[in-house]
Design a binder for this molecule. Structure first.
Ligand SMILES: *Cc1c(COP(=O)(O)O)cnc(C)c1O
Length: 389
C-alpha cells in the first residue's frame, strides 16, 4: 500500500505540492500525525484554529447545530447568523452591516464589489493596494494582491489596481487622488511575513481616504478575532475602516468569511447585488459564536508577551529579530533558510511555517499555554542550529 503522501500526489492538482505532514487529530495546541507522532502546533492552520483543536465548546456548538439545522440558504434566515452579526457589530462598537461568505477571498470579493459600486456611483476609476499584500486567490482579490508571481499570469484584470510600497504614507498620499475608489490594506501584512507598518501609517491612510473620498478597506482576515491581542487589529491602530473583511480565525476551523460595511458602506449593496448559497450557514455561525464566547484576550496578551520575550531573549547568529503582534509573530532570519527551520522544527516536534525565505511565521492557537510557549522557545535555539548545518 502506498503512503498517503504518494496517494495525495496522484489525485491532487499540483498547486500545493505534497504537504510534509499528514495530520490525524488534535487537542488544544497539540496535534498528532497519522503515524501517531505528536507535535505542538505553532501555526494553527494559518491563524485559523483560534480555540485550538477539538475545543469542547466548539465541538458542542457545531454538533448541536448540525443536528438541529445545518443549512437554510439565503432564501431563509436563521438565528445563529443574526446573533453572529449582532456580536460582531457589537464588538466593533460602531453602526455597521454584515455580509457572510465562506472564506477570506470571498469576503474580499464582496468588498471589491462594494468598491466597484461606489466607484461607479461617484465616478472613480481605480483602486489602490499595497505591494506584497495578500487578499486571496479569486480574480478580484487576486488583482489586489501585490505579489507578481501569483497575480500577473492570471491577468488582465477588470479594474486598474495601483500598487504602493506598504508602510510609506507619502507614496500612498501621492497614489490616492479624487479618482481613486478604494484603498485595500492589511493592518499588518500576513503572507508578506507578518510585517507591521510603521507607527501612524494606518491613521495616515485614514486621513488620506477622508481627504479624497476613497473608501478604506481593512483586510483583517488574518489579524482579527484576538490574534493580535485585540478583537480587531485596527482597534489598536486608532482608525476605523469603511469596510472590514474577516475570515480565518472567526470560525475556529469552520469555513466562514465576513465583509462588514460601516455607515454608508453598509448599504451600498442593493437587493440582488450579491449572494452566497453557503455563506453564513448555521454551522459556521454557531462555530464563530463559540469562538467569540471563548477567546480570552487577557490570556492571549499574557502568553503573547511570554512568547515574544522568550524569542527575543535568544541570541543566535541565524535569528536577526522578531516582529509581529500578539500571537502572530515572525522570526526573521539572517539567511534565507526558513524552509530548513520549518523542517528542523518539525523534526523537533513543532509545526511552524516558512512564510518567506527569511521569515518563519509563528501563530499558535489562542489557547496555547505558558508551558507550551516555554517548550517552544526553549527548543528554538537548537532548531536554528540544526537549520544552520
Ligand atoms: C488568508 C488571507 C486571505 C484569503 O483567505 P482564504 O480564506 O484563503 O480565501 C485574504 N487576506 C488575508 C490578509 C489573508 O491572510
Amino acid at each position: 500500500m502506498s503512503s498517503l503522501y504518494e496517494r495525495f500526489e496522484q489525485v491532487f492538482m499540483p498547486n500545493y505540492g505534497v504537504p510534509p505532514v499528514a495530520l490525524a487529530r488534535g487537542e488544544g495546541a497539540r496535534v498528532w500525525d497519522v503515524e501517531g507522532r505528536e507535535y505542538l502546533d505553532f501555526i494553527a492552520g494559518i491563524a485559523v484554529v483560534s480555540l485550538g483543536h477539538a475545543h469542547p465548546a466548539l465541538v458542542e456548538a457545531v454538533s448541536k447545530q448540525v443536528a438541529t439545522i445545518a443549512h437554510t440558504s439565503n432564501l431563509f434566515l436563521h438565528e445563529p447568523e443574526v446573533l453572529l452579526a449582532e456580536r460582531l457589530t457589537g464588538l466593533l462598537g460602531a453602526p455597521a452591516r454584515v455580509f457572510f461568505a465562506n472564506s477570506g477571498t470571498e469576503a474580499n470579493e464582496a468588498a471589491y464589489k462594494l468598491a466597484v459600486k461606489y466607484g461607479k456611483r461617484t465616478g472613480r476609476s481605480y483602486f489602490v493596494a499595497a505591494e506584497n499584500g495578500f487578499h486571496g486567490r479569486t480574480i478580484g482579490a487576486l488583482s489586489l494582491s501585490g505579489k507578481k508571481s501569483i497575480r500577473d499570469q492570471f491577468g488582465p484584470f477588470p479594474v486598474d489596481v495601483r500598487f504602493v510600497p506598504y508602510g510609506d504614507a507619502d507614496a500612498l498620499k501621492e497614489a490616492v487622488t479624487g479618482d481613486c475608489a478604494v484603498v485595500f490594506l492589511e493592518p499588518t501584512q500576513g503572507e508578506a511575513g507578518v510585517v507591521p507598518p510603521p507607527d501612524g501609517y494606518l491613521a495616515a491612510a485614514r486621513e488620506i481616504c477622508d481627504a479624497t473620498g476613497a473608501l478604506l478597506v481593512a483586510d483583517e482576515i488574518q489579524s482579527a478575532i484576538g490574534r493580535t491581542g485585540h478583537w480587531f487589529a485596527h482597534q489598536a491602530d486608532g482608525f476605523t475602516p469603511d469596510i472590514l473583511t474577516l475570515a480565518k480565525g472567526l470560525g475556529g476551523g469552520l469555513p466562514i468569511g465576513a465583509c462588514v460595511g460601516f455607515g454608508e458602506a453598509g448599504t451600498l449593496f442593493e437587493k440582488g447585488d450579491h449572494g452566497s448559497t453557503f455563506g453564513g450557514n448555521p454551522v459556521s455561525c454557531a462555530a464563530a459564536l463559540a469562538v467569540l464566547d471563548n477567546v480570552d484576550l487577557g490570556h492571549v496578551n499574557e502568553v503573547a508577551a511570554r512568547l515574544r520575550g522568550g524569542l527575543e531573549s535568544i541570541a543566535h547568529p541565524l535569528l536577526k529579530g522578531v516582529r509581529g503582534r500578539g500571537l502572530w509573530l515572525a522570526a526573521v532570519l539572517a539567511e534565507p533558510v526558513s524552509g530548513k527551520v520549518q523542517k528542523a522544527a518539525q523534526d523537533a516536534g513543532f509545526l511552524v511555517n516558512a512564510v518567506q525565505p527569511d521569515a518563519v511565521r509563528i501563530a499558535p492557537p489562542l489557547v496555547v499555554t505558558a508551558g507550551q510557549v516555554d517548550a517552544f522557545t526553549a527548543a528554538f535555539p537548537n532548531i536554528l542550529t540544526e537549520a544552520s548545518q
